[in-house]
Design a protein around this ligand. Structure first.
Ligand code: SAM
Length: 290
């Protein structure tokens, strides 16, 4: 998989137009293309997560993936002998995840569930949710409900790795990421553009262009969704109101970092806060840059 990252130039304007057209088909309705583009590199990501589990968590082998999508992580975990459970709210994604596991004779549990509500009677050693998926939860009550579910799902000493981009509202920048990957005779190019959020609505518009080339021809379409934006202060307020605390942070290349107002992409290691029972109300979202 090739990945380029940068700032969009002229394409942003035409994409703004695309963003105003109601999407007839979501990126998540195309699991095979999503999987082709994002599968490469997944095994390395799992290896990083294993290090974190050993260093900060229980080291145990019961793992949970909220919003597991195509199950690309679950397949690697099953190959490595983990007891993995993934859930997602998209039936299309879940069907693809189950079919791929079955085809490879791998075992992982894949169930329907929503990030704001999923709790199992049994607990997990480790949970992870990378690449901004958490930001699909569009308000604080849903986000806090999710963090509460995670706090209730982890064993004592268990950790949750959460990956998200933070925003600087004073210096909003459109973004562009491009992935290109091939599986057999099918090549997929995914261009993801982001229109910066404003401080009031806290919605970042993500526009996805998929271009698929196969021997039978080219197919392409654009779709969009919104992600909830977090400035550093807003994230810290949310975390403070939850039952979790941050015990380590890494950039997306898994280098340890200290969070500042200039931090953008971050993988956070979260753990249940001793003595904290449930979520609290968020009092203020107006923290200055830290
Ligand atoms: C960017 S994909 C990530 C999939 C997978 N975790 C990965 O890393 O490839 C986001 C996934 O979140 C799912 N999703 C979005 N909102 C959700 C919610 N509230 N509860 C459960 N799944 C959700 C979508 O269906 C989609 O499969």
């Amino acid at each position: 998989m090739a990945r380029e990252r940068g700032r969009p130039a002229a394409r942003a304007a035409s994409s703004r137009a695309a963003a105003d057209v109601p999407a007839t088909r979501s990126l998540y309705d195309c699991p095979q293309w999503y999987d082709i583009v994002h599968e490469a590199g997944t095994a390395d990501e799992v290896t990083r997560l294993e290090h974190i589990n050993r260093e900060f968590g229980t080291g145990g082998r019961d793992w949970l993936e909220p919003a597991c999508g195509t199950g690309r992580f679950l397949r690697v975990l099953a190959r490595r002998g983990y007891r993995a459970v993934g859930y997602d709210r998209s039936e299309v994604m879940l069907r693809y995840a189950r079919d791929r596991l079955l085809a490879s004779r791998l075992r992982a549990e894949v169930v329907r569930g929503d990030m704001a509500a999923f709790v199992r009677p049994r607990r997990f050693d480790f949970a992870y949710n990378l690449i901004n998926t958490f930001r699909h939860l569009h308000d604080d009550s849903l986000a806090l409900a999710h963090l509460g579910c995670i706090a209730r799902s982890l064993r004592r000493g268990g950790v949750y790795v959460l990956g998200l981009d933070l925003v600087d509202y004073d210096d909003p920048q459109p973004g562009e990421e491009v992935w290109t990957a091939r599986r057999g005779l099918c090549q997929v190019r995914h261009v993801m553009l982001s229109i910066p959020p404003d401080r009031r609505t806290r919605r970042e518009r993500i526009i996805n262009h998929l271009i698929v080339d196969r021997p039978c021809g080219r197919e392409s379409f654009a779709s969009h969704y919104d992600l909830r934006a977090y400035g550093l202060g807003q994230w810290l307020d949310l975390l403070e109101a939850s039952g979790l605390e941050c015990i380590a942070s890494f950039d997306f290349a898994w280098q340890p970092i200290v969070l500042t107002g200039y931090t953008r992409d971050v993988n956070l290691v979260l753990k249940s806060r001793a003595g904290r029972r449930g979520p609290r109300r968020i009092v203020s979202e107006s923290r200055a840059k830290q």
